[in-house]
Ligand binder design. Sequence first.
Ligand SMILES: [Zn+2]
Ligand SMILES: [Zn+2]
Ligand SMILES: [Zn+2]
Ligand SMILES: [Zn+2]
Ligand SMILES: [Zn+2]
Length: 151
Amino acid sequence: MKNILIIAIFALTVLFSCNHRKEWVICNECNGRGKVSVKCFECDGSGYIICPYCEGCGYLGECFHCDGTGVTKCTFCNGAGGKFDEYWGRFEECFFCSGRGVTRCFFCDGLGYDICGYCNRYGKVRCTECDGEGIVFTKCVRCSGKGGMMK
Ligand SMILES: [Zn+2]
Ligand SMILES: [Zn+2]
Ligand SMILES: [Zn+2]
Ligand SMILES: [Zn+2]
Ligand SMILES: [Zn+2]
């Protein structure tokens, strides 16, 4: 009788510990989030990538409005820089171009190059892969993205 009782207690203990052993353990790799952050491969963690249109220089080429000179012929004096005043007997400087005959190219802002509209002269654009964060989230390998496991 006494033996049966011991066996019964033993069986219960085993059963109890069996149930107890199966519990949800939070994955310490991802802290239960199921995903881990890794450095963005596309931008090497910087959040920015080199502009694919201008290849990082910020310009697309010579400005065709001014042939790369950065200046255009003054439309006011037609490039003459002014006109000779018969009455005063002297050359009157064009006020629009200060007698230079040329004005700063409006299209390239005097740079002589076509500004890359995609990156706005920065040469870099925000990485679309990580949205400029420099990190991306991937599924945790240890818990297969579940955030933990039964143990
Ligand atoms: Zn002028
Ligand atoms: Zn220009
Ligand atoms: Zn660009
Ligand atoms: Zn990125
Ligand atoms: Zn995990």
